[in-house]
Design a protein around this ligand. Structure first.
Ligand code: ATP
Ligand code: MG
Length: 421
């Protein structure tokens, strides 16, 4: 029989990597707490409609990247390709922004997109996501950008660039869309296949095209800043002022429109100089029309999502540290077979007292056990002599000194030793 492998575009996060992964999540989690964001756990699958209406029918995600299937009850279900729509659905359904109140929410977990797998691009990938719902003030945009930058600062990422733009609102974007249509129609012969279809369905997306010839045409396109309404203009000014107040540098990129329809006003990305083609570690922005697109009352929102897989790649690339590799403190070794019972009892006691410890459960010889003990701080050794005296020999594996401690005082002794580390 052939061996079953993981599906294309998925991967296993093995123990050699998972402790680093945990460090990234813990750092993000602490930062979220420090900024007053609460964690929300969401379903991994939702009704397909949430994404087709929320993210938008003409986006790459909805057009070609979703994992959609019919469940046994005949409902169309989609594995979430992103988190924002789900957070907004949960906020509406649970009334989290009732009567003008607001909610600052974060979550992390797997997202699913049927893309061509390559370095930094997977079909099951992981995002850390933060959303601030119920506030239309530009201060919220600034806080969200500040939050994402702070997570990366704590993780020690270098060489990052914050890129911002405004994509306007339902009042001014149609005017801009018309100007774009005129421009792109005049340069139709220079556009790629995909952009020709975008021309009819969503011309803003052409600005985002990575192909060189489309890029040239897009560079020459009318400037969105000239089309923004007064409200969008002053909102964008406030965002920029806020960022400057905090001492952040940013780049303006009028071609940054992001691949999701729900964005209004602020759009931003954080790029890494060390990621090659998949250079975005985080993306986000404001989405004041998402709530109404999925059938709720108007709830403004702003948020970001960052890719854990990509953060990991950049951190490895830049030689960042991941805190300390987890270690087990004590190894409990049996000198002979008759002592294995006492070893198991002592290990059990140590564990109950929060002393990370292990003993041999595979039947190895004493010599082989001690070889294994090398990576621990202490070895507790029990043989016939120790059992007769009701004691434990405790060896400090750093300096090889050894003491004899009454069996019942081993926990106390190791606690005292642990306090010295
Ligand atoms: P990209 O331009 O790389 O396709 P995107 O605009 O589709 O990114 P978003 O929807 O903004 O990505 O998601 C936010 C972040 O999630 C990205 O900045 C990236 O770090 C990460 N991400 C998105 N798609 C993938 C993927 N297929 N594999 C790994 N990480 C991803
Ligand atoms: Mg994408």
């Amino acid at each position: 029989m052939s061996i079953i492998s993981a599906p294309r575009g998925t991967r296993d996060i093995l123990p050699s990597e998972s402790w680093k992964w945990e460090y990234i999540i813990n750092t993000a989690s602490q930062t979220m707490k420090d900024f007053g964001f609460s964690e929300i756990h969401l379903p991994i699958f939702e009704h397909t409609e949430l994404f087709s209406r929320g993210v938008g029918e003409t986006t790459d995600i909805v057009e070609k990247e979703m994992y959609t299937f019919e469940d046994r009850g005949g409902r169309s279900i989609t594995l979430r390709p992103e988190a924002t729509a789900g957070v907004m659905r949960a906020a509406i359904e649970n009334n989290l922004c009732a009567q003008g109140s607001f909610a600052k929410l974060w979550n992390w977990g797997p997202m699913f997109r049927h893309e061509r797998p390559q370095k930094g691009r997977y079909r099951q990938f992981y995002q850390i996501d933060a959303e601030c719902l119920g506030i239309s003030n530009a201060m919220a945009d600034v806080e969200v950008i500040e939050l994402s930058v702070e997570i990366f600062r704590r993780l020690g990422l270098k060489n990052l660039e914050v890129v911002i733009n405004s994509v306007g609102c339902e009042k001014c974007r149609p005017i801009y869309r018309e100007k774009l249509l005129q421009h792109f129609n005049a340069h139709k012969d220079e556009l790629c296949e995909t952009c020709l279809t975008r021309l009819e369905r969503n011309p803003l997306r052409i600005l985002d095209c990575k192909k060189e010839s489309c890029g040239h045409v897009a560079d020459e396109a009318p400037d969105i800043f000239d089309s923004l309404c007064e409200e969008c203009k002053s909102h964008f000014d406030e965002v920029k002022k806020g960022l400057e107040r905090l001492g952040f540098t940013y780049t303006l990129n009028k071609r940054l429109v992001r691949g999701l329809d729900y964005y209004t006003k602020t759009a931003y990305e954080i790029l890494s100089g060390d990621l090659g083609a998949q250079n975005a570690v985080a993306g986000g922005g404001r989405y004041d029309n998402l709530a109404s697109a999925i059938g709720g009352n108007k709830i403004p929102g702003v948020g970001f999502a960052c890719g854990v897989d990509r953060i990991m790649l950049v951190m490895e690339e830049q030689g960042c540290t991941f805190g300390n590799e987890p270690e087990t403190f004590a190894y409990v070794a049996a000198l002979d077979n008759d002592s294995r019972g006492a070893v198991q009892i002592l290990t059990h006691e140590l564990r109950k007292n929060n002393i990370a410890s292990e003993c041999d459960i595979s039947g190895k010889s004493f010599k082989a056990q001690m070889k294994n003990a090398g990576k621990y701080k202490f070895a507790c050794i029990i043989g016939a002599e120790e059992i007769a005296k009701n004691s434990v020999s405790i060896k400090n594996l750093t300096d090889s000194s050894q003491v004899s401690v009454p069996f019942d005082e081993a926990v106390k002794y190791l606690h005292e030793q642990a306090a010295r580390f």
